[in-house]
Ligand binder design. Structure first.
Ligand code: ATP
Length: 366
């Protein structure tokens, strides 16, 4: 049972603050993915939890005990890096067994633990090989095996599959998930790949410029992004966002895209926000994911005429860039209906799938 907590953690490198007042609770057995662009502070946070980096303010608690003054070796946390840090002169068996040397386990107990780990990771036939005779994926399996063999309190992984090719990455992703389900150890996994984060995480921690932006399940961060940064960092293709002009008439609001002659009708959600004073009509950004842009060949009530531009057929669906006013709106259309480039079609934004953000703060308006 391992529970990790960060309370008011701050970290500076010289004058630069790379972790800004971070508070986070990680539950026992949780698979947490820290996601964010390069340089946002993910690795530093992970290294601070492992004890490979000091912190300047705050507490790091493992099972309720402050550990920020403990050395890495005394925190009982395993770390897997992107580069495969295996001992080249040792066999796979010896590499996995290595962390057990310091424990007082008998040879038979070590043998059992190594073979069990190899079985779980499906590398039993490789036990007598040396790292130079392994593929990248197998090397990383061995590195994970070596990290987990002594049943650490937690497993921290920093872009462990980032160096592998796309097919192998997908395969390893599934294996890491399977391993977690089987072993159930508290895991913190760092990546800048949002697809990997969505696939692996129980909860995703999204960071930008040292600041925690949102913590939530993959579904929560996708469907209820806390701000414009999260909205545009999570999801592929990215969410369409435009600063919108809004008019109110009777009990209806209309949202005009820049340069567009006609506006999309938004019956209630937006009016309620404006009436509650939660939003000012001159500083609202509209966000909609490509699946929230509805496209039809024939004219329909509430749909605006748009021109199809670039089409990307993706098999199960197509991505179409539509021109509205002086903006492009990316839509995901059902397979079967593929407009031709230059064709005039009809589009509207599904009000249920629209997000509104305060343009100034970037925060979601709910
Ligand atoms: P990446 O995905 O590129 O590894 P990251 O989100 O993990 O990025 P960090 O490696 O934590 O980010 O780095 C955060 C910031 O701290 C970056 O601006 C980086 O240049 C800086 N930094 C990291 N380590 C040090 C160091 N030892 N000394 C000075 N600055 C550092």
């Amino acid at each position: 049972m391992t529970h990790i907590e960060l309370r008011g953690v701050q970290k500076f490198f010289g004058d630069v603050q790379v972790i800004k007042d971070m508070n986070l609770v990680i539950e026992d057995n949780e698979f947490i993915v820290m996601l964010g662009p390069s340089g946002c502070g993910k690795t530093t946070t992970l290294r601070a939890i492992a004890g490979l980096e000091t912190i300047d303010e705050g507490d790091i608690l493992i099972d309720g005990k402050a550990v920020q003054h403990l050395k890495a070796a005394d925190r009982d946390i395993a770390f897997v890096f992107q580069s495969f840090s295996l001992y080249p002169h040792m066999t796979v068996y010896e590499n996995i067994a290595f962390p057990l040397r310091a424990t007082r386990q008998s040879k038979a107990e070590v043998d059992r633990a190594v073979r069990q780990m190899a079985e779980i990771l499906q590398i039993t036939p490789l036990l007598q090989r040396r790292p130079s005779a392994l593929s990248g994926g197998d090397m990383q399996r061995v590195a994970i095996g070596r990290a987990l063999v002594r049943s650490p309190k937690a497993l921290l992984m920093d872009e462990p599959i980032g160096a592998l090719d796309a097919t192998l990455r997908e395969e390893m992703r599934t294996e890491i998930k399977r391993l977690h389900i089987k072993q159930g150890s508290t895991t913190i996994y760092v990546t800048h790949d949002q697809v990997e984060a969505m696939a692996l995480a129980d909860r995703i921690v999204i960071m930008n410029e040292g600041v925690l932006q949102q913590v939530g399940t993959p579904d929560e961060v996708y469907t209820h992004p806390a701000n414009l940064f999260v909205a545009q960092f999570v999801g592929s293709p990215v969410m369409n966002v435009a600063e919108a002009r809004i008019t109110e008439e009777k009990d209806e609001a209309r949202v005009f895209m820049p340069g567009a002659e006609h506006g999309f009708p938004f019956p209630r959600k937006l009016i309620a926000l404006l009436e509650a004073g939660k939003a000012s009509p001159d500083a609202i950004s509209l966000g909609v994911r490509p699946e929230g842009v509805l496209v039809e060949r024939e004219k329909r009530e509430g749909y605006l005429p748009v021109e199809a531009h670039i089409i990307e057929p993706l098999g199960s669906h197509d991505i179409v860039d539509l021109q509205i006013g002086d903006r492009f709106l990316r839509a995901r259309t059902k397979s079967g209906f593929v407009p031709r480039p230059g064709e005039q079609v009809w589009a509207r934004i599904d009000p249920a799938q629209a997000h509104f953000f305060d343009t100034r703060s970037g925060n979601s308006l709910g």
